[in-house]
Design a binder for this molecule. Structure first.
Ligand code: BGP
Length: 486
């Protein structure tokens, strides 16, 4: 008989997530170097973020320079997370805080000290850190001097960084993710932020219609280097501490065929392949997917892959899979004939969407969890999921984000169903634990947090923190391990 009780495994890792360049601020404090996002201006849905070669605060506002000021207020934030009962806080180390130029001989001690204090603070509240090694924070110098990940030399620079943090935080951190949403590296959007390749038009756009075969080749070569680096990090992490577990981090893309027309079904399969499995097969199975040669041929991609890389990939498969989940999209082989296309295909006409046009699809999460689990049979962790919305604070300081509670509740039900299906889901970190800057648009008003931060798109405000209604709701959910979701 069906009841309204949901069963999550004992020890389920409830928590919340952020990323350094979106929450820390203090972009040039205590010896930190500039990262790629520090060169990105604010924008909005209609206006893409610009990438400026030099940083000119007189001319532009750079949202990462302030974030939500977590660098200066992390203790307060972690106390709030502890109050909600977080079991894990997923955050990222800012690569350019540790190696300001990416190729420095020695790490920046002040940067290392900062994260030590932060991890110790988490541990003092029984919050396990889940740490992303790079989340859109490639040192700008790597981008300019080396051409980003397209250059093989970056593998060693990343390994030096990884070895430094793995050694430094041994015992404090045991759950690591290598590259955030590595699969964005297959399109223009990820060129700069995940792969450190300076975009031709100095803008962050999803798709660059002018991309040449050479540009595309560079993208995929960069990805290959990221795969090799990640595989080496897996091995290194296990050598440094056998308790370490390393996961890949994917943007969870779910594509439905727009109709049952065979061409649409095939289009959805192709979209699933390139958006998800191209990267996941390499990181989870240790080899490129069986259709990679066909794909490379169709797209004039000629990769330089030394023989030894194949062994590295084979020996460096991840321990678990982490991913973000926000939306689903529809695929068709006749996109040009339809109106209403999204960045990733067609918007599902049967689903509601957020104010930013992201469809809301809790059932899609159950579907995707099953897809991933069937293919890889590795533990899964949702490390981002949430809704971006305009929100205001009432006179009395309350923030009534019922849309977020509803969104999370329905996604939790889908998770519980997937767990009942037999999926090994180990944790969930909502995006975001606290209001932070949007990565895509650079806005602050696209709020995702359970905690409201008094700040606007141009960095004005007190940056004081206020608990939203979802804060109190999530606290109750965690306290009963998800059994009651009302
Ligand atoms: C993911 C990123 C995050 C985060 C989130 C929401 O792609 O890993 O960094 O920002 O999406 O996207 P946005 O900030 O563009 O709304």
């Amino acid at each position: 008989m069906k009841t309204n009780n949901y069963v999550f495994p004992k020890g389920f890792l409830w928590g919340g997530a952020t990323a350094a360049t979106q929450c820390e601020g203090a972009w040039d404090k205590d010896g930190k170097g500039a990262s790629v996002l520090d060169h990105c201006t604010n924008g909005d849905r209609e206006h893409p973020r610009k990438v400026t070669d030099s940083i000119d605060p007189e001319q532009h506002f750079y949202p990462s320079h302030k974030g939500c000021m977590q660098y200066d207020r992390f203790e307060e934030d972690i106390e709030l997370f502890a109050e909600m009962g977080f079991k894990t806080y997923r955050l990222s180390i800012n690569w350019s805080r540790i190696f300001p130029n990416g190729d420095d001989e020695k790490p920046n001690q002040a940067g290392l000290d900062y994260y030590r204090r932060l991890f110790e603070k988490c541990r003092s509240h029984n919050i396990e850190p889940t740490v992303t090694m790079t989340h859109y924070d490639i040192p700008w110098n790597i981008c300019v001097k080396y051409g980003g990940w397209a250059n093989r030399e970056v593998i060693d620079l990343f390994l030096r960084y990884a070895e430094t943090i793995l050694t430094e935080y041994k015992g404090l951190v045991t759950r690591w993710l290598t590259h955030n949403e590595i699969n964005f590296g297959t399109i223009s959007y990820g060129e700069l932020i995940t792969s450190g390749i300076l975009p031709k038009h100095r803008q962050i756009v999803m798709h660059d219609a002018d991309a040449t075969a050479k540009d595309i080749n560079k993208r995929f070569q960069a990805l290959h280097h990221e795969f090799v680096a990640s595989a080496k990090v897996v091995q290194l992490a296990h050598e440094i501490d056998s308790n370490n577990e390393v996961g890949c981090m994917m943007c969870g893309f779910a594509f439905y065929p727009l109709s049952c027309k065979p061409g649409d079904v095939a289009a959805a399969q192709r979209d699933m392949e390139i958006w998800n499995y191209y990267c996941m097969d390499v990181m989870c199975k240790g080899k490129y997917p069986y259709w990679a040669n066909r794909y490379w041929k169709e797209n004039d991609i000629n990769l330089s892959i030394p023989e030894e890389d194949y062994r590295v990939l084979e020996n460096g498969t991840v321990d678990f899979i982490s991913f973000s989940y926000y939306r689903t999209d529809c695929s068709t082989d006749e996109l040009e004939k339809h109106e209403g296309s999204t960045d990733f295909g067609m918007q599902n006409p049967l689903l509601e969407a957020t104010e930013w046009g992201w469809t809301i699809d809790p059932q899609g999460l159950r579907w995707l969890l099953n897809e991933y689990y069937a293919r890889y049979e590795k533990p899964l962790m949702i490390v981002e999921n949430g809704i971006g919305a305009y929100e205001t604070m009432e006179e009395d300081g309350a923030i009534h984000d019922t849309h977020r509670i509803e969104y999370m509740r329905e996604h939790f039900k889908a998770m519980a169903q997937a767990i009942e299906d037999g999926v090994d889901l180990i944790g969930y970190a909502c995006w975001s634990a606290i209001d932070i800057v949007s990565a895509g648009t650079g806005e602050f008003k696209k709020r995702y947090g359970l905690i409201y931060v008094d700040a606007d798109d141009l960095g004005n405000g007190t940056y004081d923190r206020y608990k939203k209604d979802s804060f109190f709701w999530y606290k109750k959910v965690i306290a009963c391990n998800g059994e009651k979701l009302d």
